[in-house]
Design a protein around this ligand. Structure first.
Ligand code: FMN
Length: 157
């Protein structure tokens, strides 16, 4: 099955998750949605789309892709992932608020495997928000490989 993994990232956490998914799926092609030339989506059987979350919202590149390719995605096997650090809200709410309902209901699997916060990469306003909202100033990496494994197993089953 030809698999395309598209991701939107700011500092690399969603890219790292996409890479970890890709190594578990034979021949999967990885593509950063920041790059203009998206591979020919219609040629793939399976499309996995992921983004990081900023103030409860997926990145603009992911939203643009989802609206432009809504029809092309209808006959694909779909997987969705979100990278975020929230442990309090239900991940399902983030999926419902960020992905078209039709795509989300058709998705074979979804995954919220965690994220990375690196204060050395963040801008001053992001550091301010993290301190004010999350009460953290420290580096954090919560990516859970077992959740990524479960996701890829579901996609392949
Ligand atoms: C300003 C700011 C806002 C964030 N908002 C959220 C949020 O609403 N929910 C969440 O789960 N994580 C949130 N995060 C954590 C990021 O989603 C997490 O660090 C993610 O792994 C970053 O991925 P990226 O490097 O691919 O952009 C936020 C981080 C920052 C710096």
């Amino acid at each position: 099955m030809k698999t395309l993994i598209l991701y939107a990232t700011k500092y690399g956490a969603a890219a790292e998750i996409a890479r970890r998914i890709a190594i578990q799926i034979d021949g999967a092609i990885l593509h950063d949605l920041k790059q203009k030339s998206i591979p020919e989506v219609s040629e793939f059987d399976c499309v996995i789309i992921g983004s990081s979350l900023y103030v409860a919202s997926i990145r603009k590149e992911a939203k643009t892709f989802l609206s432009e390719y809504e029809i092309t995605l209808r006959d694909k096997l779909i997987g969705l992932f979100i990278s975020g650090l929230d442990t309090e809200s239900t991940p399902q709410t983030y999926f419902e608020n960020n992905f078209p309902q039709e795509l989300l209901s058709a998705a074979k699997a979804t995954c919220f495997p965690g994220g990375i916060y690196d204060p050395e990469k963040a801008g001053w306003f992001e550091r301010f928000l993290m301190k004010a909202v999350k009460k953290t100033t420290a580096y954090s990496n919560t990516i859970d490989d077992s959740l990524i494994k479960q996701f890829t197993e579901s996609m392949k089953s």
